[in-house]
Design a binder for this molecule. Structure first.
Ligand code: GLC
Length: 478
């Protein structure tokens, strides 16, 4: 099957969040199963020379974007069995920061036109165009007409994946014709119109041949307003073609036995190295180097939907236990301040690393004992899976992908891969944390059993890639 995978960020080239990890690993898994997969993304200023030097210039053409015909250059790079196309237009993409510009709607409409028009220039005819999040939401919509215009696309189908429904791409009605180049007839309730505005995510949910989201639980949560951010009705209306598929992670990259960035490697069979990783983490975080105290780690953007109100509120109770804690991340100033304060209040026991650092996150995944992730909403979440790979047991709220990936500890059978709680409530979270801490101090044998199960659970893409292929098969009939 020919698959064109469109994403506004793709690891390792450019990344702000989990979308990039998915776009960087799912296509490879599909390619390993014998499909011709090509990934297309913008050529941002932030893409390093290390990658640029490996690209080949292919060609350029002008895309059709309403009354404009902006330049579109295409560069190509081959990596791990996948072909990557980079869309070049310096006016749109030669800027600092990949999102957050006043004209993001126009920038990603341009990118979406490039996605739709590239097949004709490349002579690569996709059976499926797989798009992700609001930045490529116009692609399934453009495809409706492009199929009429371009005979080779007549059977091409679109699959659209929602990684986070909070970001929808909502603009004033005036952009529809003038900027996006769509006829006014697209402004109706079962397409783009949304309380008088244009809502791109809504349009994609209606226009796509199939819609997926990144965990089965999130797919069912999206029928509720609490999770759907105003699109619960749209999701329900399209429930017949929406399904949740749990993300995988790159299990080669996140392997404590092979990870060169760890001070000492370890595996489910050979856990000695984890002790050295813990000591190294304590050292670099300014925590007292003590092997017998559980270290709670957090790696996250410090924003409210990650559950940091609960964490901040619970700090006195958490630190009242015999634990150490290290928080890594940046975000809302109020949380950053609260954690800086905690570091000052609990010297040698609480460490606030207010920054974004790949090296430090590896140190936490590898060296901590407990990984705290109490998200209010979590479409999938990748860090809890990475933590489990490194034998760091997660404490999570039962929402979205957290619920689907962490099996709660059962004190009677000894089964489980972590600790969970249901309500977004401080007391419940502390209860789950206490359960973890008590087990750590009280029953090391049970603890080691959980670590082993967590580390050997299959989080690879191979499992989920098959589910995507099944959907591609349904929509194309191939
Ligand atoms: C978004 C979601 C996160 C998910 C990721 C990849 O970042 O917030 O939960 O893991 O996309 O799908």
């Amino acid at each position: 099957m020919n698959i064109l995978f469109a994403s506004s960020e793709v690891a390792p080239f450019i990344k702000t969040g989990g979308l990039a990890d998915v776009a960087g690993s799912l296509p490879q898994a599909l390619a390993r199963k014998g499909h011709d997969v090509r990934v297309i993304l913008p050529l941002y200023e932030g893409i390093k020379d290390e990658w640029r030097s490996q690209m080949t210039y292919l060609q350029n053409f002008n895309v059709h974007l309403a009354w404009r015909t902006p330049y579109c250059g295409l560069f190509e790079l081959q990596k791990d069995g996948v072909t990557y196309y980079f869309v070049d237009n310096e006016y749109y993409f030669k800027r600092g920061g990949i999102y957050g510009h006043y004209d993001d709607g126009e920038r990603f409409a341009f990118f979406s036109r490039a996605v739709i028009e590239s097949p004709g220039h490349l002579g690569f005819w996709p059976d499926v165009i797989h798009c992700n999040d609001w930045q490529t939401a116009l692609v399934p919509i453009y495809l409706l007409e492009e199929r009429q215009r371009v005979p080779e696309l007549i059977n091409a189908k679109s699959v659209f994946t929602i990684h986070n429904i909070e970001y929808q791409g909502r603009y004033g009605r005036e952009v529809l014709v003038d900027l996006f180049g769509l006829p006014d007839s697209y402004f109706h309730e079962r397409m783009l119109s949304y309380y008088g505005d244009v809502n791109l995510l809504k349009g994609a949910i209606y226009a796509a041949d199939y819609v997926t989201t990144v965990s089965p639980t999130y797919a069912s949560e999206l029928r509720y307003d609490f999770y759907a951010h105003g699109l619960a009705g749209v999701v329900s209306d399209n429930a017949h073609k929406i399904r949740g598929i749990l993300n995988g992670i790159d299990v080669e990259r996140y392997d404590p036995w092979k990870d060169q960035k760890l001070p000492m490697s370890f595996s489910a069979k050979q856990m000695k190295g984890k002790k050295a990783c813990k000591a190294a983490l304590q050292e670099m975080s300014g925590l007292e180097v003590r092997p017998d105290v559980p270290v709670i780690g957090c790696v996250s953007r410090l924003v409210s939907h990650k559950g940091f109100d609960l964490v901040v509120e619970a700090l006195p109770e958490i630190m009242g236990m015999d634990v150490q804690m290290v928080v890594l991340g940046t975000g809302d100033w109020a949380y950053e301040e609260a954690f800086r304060n905690a570091a000052w209040q609990y010297p040698n026991r609480f460490s606030a690393q207010i920054m974004y650092s790949d090296a430090f996150s590896t140190a936490i995944y590898g060296g901590a004992d407990i990984f705290l992730m109490p998200s209010i909403a979590e479409p999938c979440g990748l860090s809890q899976m990475i933590a489990m790979r490194y034998g760091t047991l997660p404490v999570v709220r039962e929402t979205g992908g957290l619920k689907d990936s962490v099996q709660p500890y059962n004190q009677y059978t000894g089964e489980g891969t972590g600790f969970t709680f249901a309500n977004a409530d401080k007391g419940d979270m502390v209860w789950a944390l206490r359960q973890a801490v008590d087990l750590y101090h009280g029953d090391q044998k049970a603890w080691k059993g959980l670590q082993k199960t967590a580390m050997t659970t299959d989080f690879s893409w191979d499992r989920s890639a098959g589910d995507y292929l099944e959907i591609y098969g349904w929509v194309t009939g191939k």
